[in-house]
Design a protein around this ligand. Structure first.
Ligand SMILES: [Zn+2]
Length: 93
């Protein structure tokens, strides 16, 4: 707890750990699977559960970053350019 967002690496500021879990605040805390669980076979896991329970595969993230990342890896995000597809300062939130 208290860690920064593993997806934007603090670009969007600290994670709002104090937001209630039922709050849809874009900067609230979610658990992100570094290697997407939906692609467990690709990453050599025995099952989707194994991927979801691998602590080394989990990181803290902003809700909005996690929603943007979906089932892509960080490497794939880099190839499309992190942050290019959205503008959090536009006030759409
Ligand atoms: Zn973030």
């Amino acid at each position: 707890m208290g860690a920064g967002c593993g997806i934007c690496h603090g670009r969007l500021g600290p994670i709002h750990y104090d937001e209630p879990s039922d709050n849809d605040h874009p900067l609230s805390f979610v658990i992100d699977e570094i290697k997407p669980v939906s692609r467990w076979k690709e990453f050599g896991y025995a099952s989707p559960e194994a991927a979801a329970q691998d602590w080394s595969n989990l990181q803290a993230a902003h809700r909005c970053c996690n929603a943007w990342k979906r089932d892509r890896t960080e490497e794939e995000l880099r190839t499309i350019g992190i942050g290019k597809k959205r503008d959090v300062t536009s006030g759409d939130w």
